[in-house]
Structures are given as structure tokens and as C-alpha cells.
Write a protein that binds this ligand. Structure first.
Ligand code: FBP
Length: 552
């Protein structure tokens, strides 16, 4: 494999651990915190997790290590979408495991949770692991989206663990994967398998956070990568002065990624899905809001601008959600075949017109034809519309164009409007982790092993105080059940980790809301530039604006 100079240089980077984990394995002891309760539905969660519910929060501190000196054979999986830093979680886990006892073994199950079920693995050694230190991606063992949630799967996993003598499993994943980690931990405890389960909080989306988890790993690097590109586009826009750029950014439902990028780059517009839902905004109202900025800037002679659109925006527009639900119903079961058999779009359109309510048809009618067709072509295996595939950056620029045409006809707007479209998604998920993510992830993995060594089960590796230098970070563990509540999923009540959406009374959104009117009309762009890996700490070790504001 040919190595880039940066890759070689990053191999030499020494990730920073929290101060309390820096004195060597023999000097790490446990401080017990309070017993915990789930965030809601306490009685129901307790009944579902009789063996793992209510355990104590714990913190590690400097002191005599009192853990049991038994040989550990640990299995690790990566679950779900890639997030920068995943390799370092495994490196940190491996280093702590080997530093504790060179006889300890780390299995990497390949391709995500299915690797555990299919018993498809590799065994890590120094040579293999050293090729992945401080690098992006999940290619060290691969990842996957198989859900580990049924009793049959758990029984197979228990057999696989027994076969290899595995004492603990580490699951590196988002809210769903860590929910499943908690259920697996309960299963192992109930069946006296002696196998522990520890989770690590991953996702670029930033929606796995709560009072205990300050941020999921990967959010820092992904948003820095997108912000670099948005800043570059802003500078291009400000140089050429002829385009309006509509930039969709990844992040699934929640708008944390979009908000963080807006705080970093100060674009003219950034939509926030949670606000759209709270204000029950229609597509036409959103278009009007963006068009106000376009017209306001045109009045100053600036026919250019930048708008950030979060990936999940359309799900938050109430009238659009109703439309999607009606389309899903319209094509349920055999009706899809009937629809597909219609020979032309004209006939399909008549079928749709016939099947939708008047209100939804009015929404459908204002969509550009390519988006209308997309709604009927791109279906998931259950036949539902794949909302995430909707090109919302094109949808909004088309709606804004219509709005501006009406303004022009009314004589209230005289500018030019030439849109460009971008989607920033996969570009950010496998970037070389920033120093923050490299340090945070290594610490999460190292800390996960300490939780294993001290015998904890059903805990999330927790590293906090993250807005401070790494020396001051606090390492410990939190029972996953503490983060759970009951939610309705696919027609059933399920215990799940609560997903964190953007809080409209939170400091990051409040800061954004206080400044956006000025950003909409003036040119206030900021250019973060590329992630810096070597140089002064105030440039290289910066955390996100979101975290800085939340902890200010
Ligand atoms: P996770 O929630 O598994 O971390 O994945 C997040 C994400 O990157 C979203 O931002 C995006 O919508 C989705 O994955 C894309 O998934 P896929 O990789 O399957 O296309």
C-alpha cells in the first residue's frame, strides 16, 4: 500500500489521554458515583432490564488499580455509518488491553454486527493495528447496518463468545447500536454468560448526546471538513459574485451538522429542521424566507449567496410529511405494480391526482417535476419513499426561483438568480480525524477497556469535560439504561436511547438566531480552512463551536 506523507506523519501522532488515565494501567482506580435512573419511563425500563438497570455512574481516578487480574479476550465491532476516529477507538482499546496483560487478545469482527453472527473475524496484532493509527475510515474491520436485536441473534453471539472464550464485546455505534448493546448486555447477564458489553458513542450526526455524553465522535471532524468546503464555496461566491449556492449537508434527521457548519462559516441562510417543525412552516414559507435574503442582497447589488440545507429538512415540514404518508399509502402493497405499469408520466400524474387529498395535491403540484418523479421512483424495500434521497437543495432553489419570478412580476425584485447545488456527505465521514477526534476516540477505546477490566456490563464509555484541554478530560462510565426511554417504533413500544435534536432554547441555536438576520443580508462569511494536524494548539486542538457554546 502506498502511503501519503500525511498518513506516515499521522502514524507518529500520540493521542492525548485524559489526565487520570496517563499514569499507566496500575494507577487507575474507580470512584463510584450515584445509582442511576432512566431519563423517563423508569418502571418500564427497570422491568425490561432487571439485571443491568440502576447501576452506579463511575469515574476513573489516579490510584491503586484493584481490578481482577484475569486474562481478557475482547471482541469489537463497528456499527452503522463511518465516522472519523473509529480506528483510534480500536487502537486505544488494543493498547490498554495489551498494556494490562500482553496475553490479552482482541478480536475484530468484520463488516459490523453481522461479523459477530457469522463468526467472521481477525485477531489484532501490533503490525496490523499500527497501519490504522490516527487514520480515518472504518476499513480496519469494516462496518455494517445489520441490527443485533433478536433473541436468536443473541444466542448465536453467546455461542460465538463461548467458542473463542470471549469475555467482553465492545460495540462502537450510534443510538440504535448502543440501545442494542444494552439489550445484549441484559441478555448476557440474564443468561449468566459472564460476557460483558461496553458501548462507545459514534455518529457524525451529533444526535447521540445528552447530559452524560457531550458529543459523539466523528462530529468534530465531519463538520470541520464540511465547513472547510463551505468556506471555500463562500469565498468563491464572494469572488465571482454570480451564484447562489445551495449546499445540503449530511446528518440524517437532526440539524446539528448544519447548525455547526453555519456557526463556523456564517452563511446567508441555514435552515434548521427542528425550527421548521416548531413553527409548522410550509414549503412556500421556507422559500419565501430564503427569497427575502436573495432579494435583500440583490438590492445591495449582490446576486450571490450561500444557503445550508440539512439533510433531513423535508421530514420536518408538516405538509410534506403528510404528503409522504399519503404517497406511501397510495402505493401500498399491489398498488405499486399497478402504478409502475402505467405507460407515461402523464397517466401516472393523473393516478396521483386521483389518490391524494386536495391539500397534499396542492403541495405536490408546486414541486419541480424531477422531485415529483423522485418521490415515486426511489422506494425502500418496504415500498416507502426514501426521504433522505430527495434532493432538497434543488427543491428549495426551484421554489425560490418561482418565488423570485413572482416578486419580479410584482416589481419588488430586480436581481439575477443563478443557483448551484452541492451535497456534502460522504466527503466528511472518513477524513483523517482531527486532533480532537483522534484524542477523544483513543480515550474512549482505552477507557472502554478499563470498564471491561473492572467488570462493568451494559455501560457506555464516557469521556467528558471535552471543551477543556485533554489533560482535564474526565473518564468513566455510564449505564446505558440511564439514557433510555420508551418510544413507539414500527407500531411497538420499545426501550431506546433518546435521540437528541437541536434544542431551540439551547446556546448554539440561540447564538445562531441572534446573528442570522445580519448574515442573511450582509456578507459575513468566515473561512475555517482545512483541518490542521500539526501546529499551535489554538489552531489544531479546537473543538466545535457547538460544544464551546454549550459549555460556555
Ligand atoms: P450513523 O447514524 O450510522 O452514524 O450514520 C449516519 C449517516 O452518515 C447519516 O448522516 C446519513 O444519513 C447516513 O448515515 C447515510 O447512510 P449510508 O451510509 O447507508 O448511505
Amino acid at each position: 500500500m502506498k502511503l501519503s506523507p500525511l498518513q506516515m506523519a499521522r502514524y507518529q501522532y500520540n493521542p492525548k489521554l485524559p489526565g487520570m488515565l496517563r499514569n499507566g494501567i496500575s494507577e487507575i482506580c474507580v470512584e463510584n458515583g450515584n445509582a442511576t435512573e432512566s431519563v423517563a419511563d423508569q418502571a418500564k425500563i427497570q422491568a425490561l432490564f432487571p439485571n443491568t438497570y440502576g447501576k452506579n455512574e463511575i469515574t476513573f481516578k489516579k490510584g491503586q488499580n484493584t481490578s481482577e487480574a484475569k486474562k481478557q479476550i475482547v471482541g469489537v465491532i463497528l456499527s452503522g455509518g463511518q465516522a472519523p476516529g473509529g480506528h483510534n477507538v480500536i487502537c486505544g482499546l488494543y493498547d490498554a488491553l495489551k498494556a494490562t496483560n500482553p496475553e490479552n487478545v482482541l478480536y475484530g469482527f468484520k463488516g459490523g454486527p453481522s461479523g459477530l453472527i457469522n463468526d467472521d473475524y481477525l485477531i489484532f496484532d501490533d503490525e496490523y493495528i499500527n497501519q490504522y493509527r490516527n487514520t480515518g475510515g472504518f476499513d480496519i474491520i469494516g462496518s455494517g447496518r445489520t441490527k443485533l436485536e433478536s433473541e436468536e441473534q443473541f444466542a448465536i453471539v453467546a455461542d460465538v463468545c463461548k467458542k473463542h472464550g470471549i469475555t467482553a464485546i465492545v460495540i462502537i455505534g450510534g443510538d440504535d447500536s448502543n440501545t442494542n448493546a444494552a439489550v445484549l448486555a441484559e441478555y448476557f447477564a440474564a443468561h449468566n454468560t459472564g460476557v460483558q458489553v461496553i458501548g462507545c458513542p459514534k455518529t457524525i450526526d451529533g444526535d447521540l448526546k445528552n447530559e452524560d455524553i457531550e458529543c459523539s465522535f466523528g462530529f468534530d471532524t465531519a463538520t470541520k471538513t464540511y465547513s472547510e468546503m463551505i468556506g471555500n464555496i463562500e469565498r468563491d461566491a464572494n469572488s465571482a459574485k454570480k451564484y447562489w449556492h445551495f449546499i445540503k449537508v449530511m446528518g440524517r434527521s437532526a440539524s446539528h451538522v448544519a447548525l455547526e457548519c453555519a456557526l463556523e462559516t456564517q452563511p446567508n441562510i441555514c435552515l434548521i429542521g427542528e425550527e421548521v417543525a416548531a413553527k409548522k412552516m410550509s414549503l412556500a414559507q421556507i422559500a419565501d424566507y430564503i427569497a427575502d435574503s436573495v432579494a435583500g442582497r440583490a438590492a445591495k447589488g449582490w446576486n450571490f449567496g450561500v444557503a445550508i440545507i440539512p439533510e433531513g429538512i423535508v421530514e420536518f415540514v408538516p405538509e410534506f410529511s403528510v404528503l409522504i404518508a399519503e404517497i406511501n399509502e397510495l402505493l401500498a402493497g399491489e398498488k405499486t405494480e399497478k402504478f409502475n405499469a402505467l405507460p407515461s408520466w402523464k397517466e401516472k400524474y393523473a393516478f396521483i391526482e386521483n389518490g391524494l387529498t386536495k391539500e397534499s395535491m396542492a403541495v405536490f403540484a408546486i414541486l419541480p417535476e424531477n422531485i415529483q418523479q423522485q418521490l415515486f421512483l426511489e422506494r425502500d424495500p418496504h415500498g416507502n419513499v426514501q426521504v433522505s434521497l430527495i434532493e432538497s437543495e434543488k427543491l428549495f432553489s426551484a421554489l425560490v426561483k418561482d418565488n423570485l419570478a413572482a416578486r419580479k412580476a410584482a416589481g419588488t425584485y430586480k436581481g439575477k438568480f443563478a443557483p448551484q447545488h452541492h451535497f456534502l456527505g460522504y466527503e466528511g465521514r472518513c477524513a483523517f480525524p482531527s486532533n480532537f477526534d483522534a484524542d477523544y476516540c483513543y480515550s474512549l477505546g482505552y477507557n472502554a477497556f478499563m470498564l471491561i477490566q473492572y467488570g462493568y456490563n451494559g455501560y457506555l464509555s464516557k469521556v467528558s469535560n471535552l471543551s477543556k484541554p485533554a489533560e482535564e478530560w474526565v473518564a468513566g462510565g455510564m449505564p446505558i439504561t440511564k439514557m433510555m426511554n420508551i418510544e413507539r417504533r414500527n407500531g411497538e413500544d420499545k426501550p431506546v436511547i433518546r435521540k437528541a435534536l437541536v434544542e431551540l432554547d439551547g446556546k448554539p441555536f440561540t447564538f445562531f438566531a441572534a446573528n442570522r438576520e445580519q448574515w442573511a443580508i450582509e456578507t459575513c462569511y468566515t473561512y475555517p480552512g482545512a483541518i490542521q494536524y500539526f501546529g499551535p494548539a489554538e489552531v489544531c486542538d479546537l473543538t466545535t463551536r457547538t460544544l464551546a457554546l454549550e459549555k460556555a
